[in-house]
Design a protein around this ligand. Structure first.
Ligand code: R5P
Length: 257
């Protein structure tokens, strides 16, 4: 049942382990040329062999990713405001037709629970899911955090559950204390975003905690591409996510230049 959507999801969340290492490189859609992604092609090319799925905009796919690469793509399809504006003022910016043309395995957009335009972003998710399901395209909902909101299990549970209720096939959210409670309340897979760059050891520990508490993998950006050893870092993250490596084993992997 649902071959298309499940086959697409299997290109993101690998059936062998039930987990995924997604590399998030979509930051430019509102931040411009973020540190580490100024030359996206140069940064991402060496990471592709270690990536299950890129989270990226259509413009960067077209211009910076070799079409012969066998990495899957989850397209960021929402946008609108820049960092200078009201971030929750997002709309859908990329059509499903374009996602299919780019051979996307999924599409993703942000919802802004607790922010000025929460209702519009949640309604946009509903519309995107209704259209995407027609083509067997899984939707990833990203729980963007309004400036005033606390990153705690109560808030993230609310946001993730809403995303699943509206029909997201998987959800991306941040790590928090008692993360397992967020996972418990959300019937679809959750992938962890990394957030701002932190020391490598801490990012590896956070990843291990998230996996132990039920995350289906990561959709991580800055803690990989802003590392002093991005290839080592993504390999280390992979070892934790897919092979159950300990944090110390993973740190070893990261440390090898
Ligand atoms: C945030 O909205 C962006 O879409 C990123 O994809 C997300 O935050 C994950 O990247 P990072 O690990 O750098 O937080």
């Amino acid at each position: 049942m649902g071959f298309g959507i499940n086959n697409r999801l299997s290109r993101i969340i690998k059936p062998k382990t039930g987990k995924t290492v997604m590399l998030a490189v979509d930051h430019g859609y509102f931040q411009g040329p973020t540190t580490g992604l100024r030359d996206l092609k140069k940064t991402v090319t060496p990471l592709i062999p270690h990536t299950d799925c890129l989270f990226i905009t259509r413009g960067m796919v077209r211009n910076c990713i070799d079409p012969r690469s066998d990495v899957s793509v989850c397209l960021r399809v929402s946008g609108g405001p820049s960092i200078l504006g009201e971030l929750s003022n997002e709309d859908i910016t990329t059509s499903l037709e374009e996602a299919i043309r780019l051979n996307a395995a999924g599409v993703g957009m942000s919802i802004f629970v607790g922010a000025p335009n929460e209702d519009r972003t949640i309604a946009n998710l509903g519309r995107l899911v209704s259209e995407a399901e027609r083509y067997g395209m899984p939707v990833l909902a990203v729980t963007a955090i309004g400036r005033e909101m606390a990153r705690d299990a109560r808030y993230l549970s609310l946001a993730c559950r809403i995303a699943a209720e509206i029909g997201a096939r998987f959800v991306k959210t941040y790590y928090c204390e008692d993360f397992y409670k967020v996972v418990e309340g959300c019937p679809v897979p959750i992938v962890m975003a990394g957030g701002k760059k932190i020391p490598e050891m801490d990012a590896l520990q956070m990843t291990a905690n998230a996996i132990k508490e039920g995350a289906s993998g990561v959709d991580m950006g800055r803690n990989i591409f802003q590392s002093d050893n991005p290839v080592g870092m993504i390999k280390a993250i992979r070892a934790i996510v897919h092979k159950g490596a300990t944090v110390d084993e993973a740190f070893e992997i990261y440390s090898k230049k």
